[in-house]
Design a protein around this ligand. Structure first.
Ligand SMILES: Cc1ncc(C[n+]2csc(CCOP(=O)(O)OP(=O)(O)O)c2C)c(N)n1
Ligand SMILES: [Mg+2]
Length: 345
């Protein structure tokens, strides 16, 4: 990676650099294993690759406390790892196994881990935005110093609920950070083909909130930007919109192809692939010893291999589990057939 990586910002401490690299490497490795399992037919689940988003996810993880809230999308592997959910539980959930975050009953598109403040993920594009605003409102009403962060794609900024939520957050100075993962694509449609104004941060500015763009392939710039956005929201100064400029380094979903993406554009983005580029930069600039990076890579490989094994060996949920965690008291809700039988008497 070039010197543009620093973007004129101060270089974080070695501890922060190492944590940043470790999280990014964990995301890249876990992604490669799970997507590989889908393609090999071993994992039958809706898995959405996060390649290209590693720095953005890791920066959010660094900026948040466990008690802070994070709401994500179907493209959630990196966010979940960065927020502190174990790779074991994430992969087991993808396999629909009892060792998963929701005992295998949610699946990868509905990953949630409330103990770690990873509150919800949804397959409804833009659906997480009002949920995060609600969490931020709760934090404000309770006078808690919590911040809610929500991640979503570029396409989500064209959804009505996004605009309703943005307006409310700005009006009430809610402690929420909107992180737009602008990967330049909404499924098979390029940003330039659906957005009259491709600067998505300007959509947020129109609601009177602070809005910034950052190179999401530059981990250090992203760490600085996300951290100051979280600090701003936590101080009570209102919401911030961060448009992280990235590129989708793969197909929309693990089961689809990427043939419609212009090859030159894709190759140019791949040359800036965040995790290997950051590794090279760390070693070349002497910020971290290469042997330390090797040690991290080996540990990460081990964590992911262990998670894959754990998931495959974890049993599916028992039948009795089906109605647990769904309603507060399943017996209080009559089934359709019970109501029909009663009415037929
Ligand atoms: C409300 C809604 N509309 C359409 C879809 C179908 N859909 C699934 S993913 C997707 C693309 C969204 O693009 P973007 O917000 O940029 O996120 P990305 O997938 O690029 O991360 C679409 C249109 C959906 N899931 N929900
Ligand atoms: Mg997108």
């Amino acid at each position: 990676m070039t010197s543009s990586l620093q973007s004129g910002r101060s270089i974080p401490s070695q501890d922060v650099l190492l944590r940043l690299y470790e999280t990014m490497a964990t995301i890249t490795t876990a992604e490669s294993e799970t997507v590989g399992a889908v393609r090999a037919g071993r994992l039958n689940a809706a898995v959405y690759p996060v390649r290209g988003l590693e720095a953005v996810c890791a920066a959010i993880g660094l900026a948040l406390e466990t008690t802070d809230y994070l709401v994500s999308t179907y493209r959630n592997l990196g966010d979940a790892i960065a927020k502190g959910t174990s790779v074991r539980e994430i992969v087991a959930e993808a396999y629909g196994r009892s060792g998963g975050t929701s005992k295998g009953k949610g699946g990868p598109m509905h990953l949630a881990d409330v103990r770690n403040g990873f509150m919800a993920t949804t397959g409804i594009v833009g659906g997480g935005v009002p949920i995060a605003v609600g969490l931020a409102l709760a934090a404000q009403l309770d006078a808690e110093e919590q911040v809610a962060v929500v991640t979503f794609g570029d396409g989500a900024t064209s959804i009505g609920a996004f605009h309703e939520a943005m307006n409310m957050a700005a009006l009430w100075d809610l402690p929420v950070v909107f992180v737009c993962q602008n990967n330049q694509w909404g499924e098979h449609t390029a940003l330039a083909e659906y957005a009259a104004n491709p600067v998505l941060a300007e959509r947020a500015r129109s609601y009177g909130m602070k809005a910034v763009q950052v190179d999401g392939f530059d981990p250090i710039a992203t760490v600085h930007t996300v951290q100051s956005a979280v600090d701003h929201a936590r101080s009570g100064a209102g919401p911030v919109f961060v448009e992280a400029l990235t590129y989708r380094l793969g197909p929309h979903s693990a089961a689809s192809d990427a043939g419609y993406m212009p090859k030159d554009q894709f190759d140019a983005a791949l040359r800036r692939d965040p995790t290997p580029s950051f590794r090279r930069w760390l070693a070349e600039h002497g910020e971290v010893d290469e042997s330390e990076l090797d040690r991290i890579d080996a540990a990460v490989k081990q964590v992911v291999a262990d998670a894959m094994e754990f998931a495959v060996n974890s049993p599916p949920p028992e039948r009795d589990e089906l109605y647990l965690d769904v309603f507060a008291d399943p017996t209080a809700i009559p089934s359709r057939s019970a109501v029909w039988r009663r009415n037929a008497r």
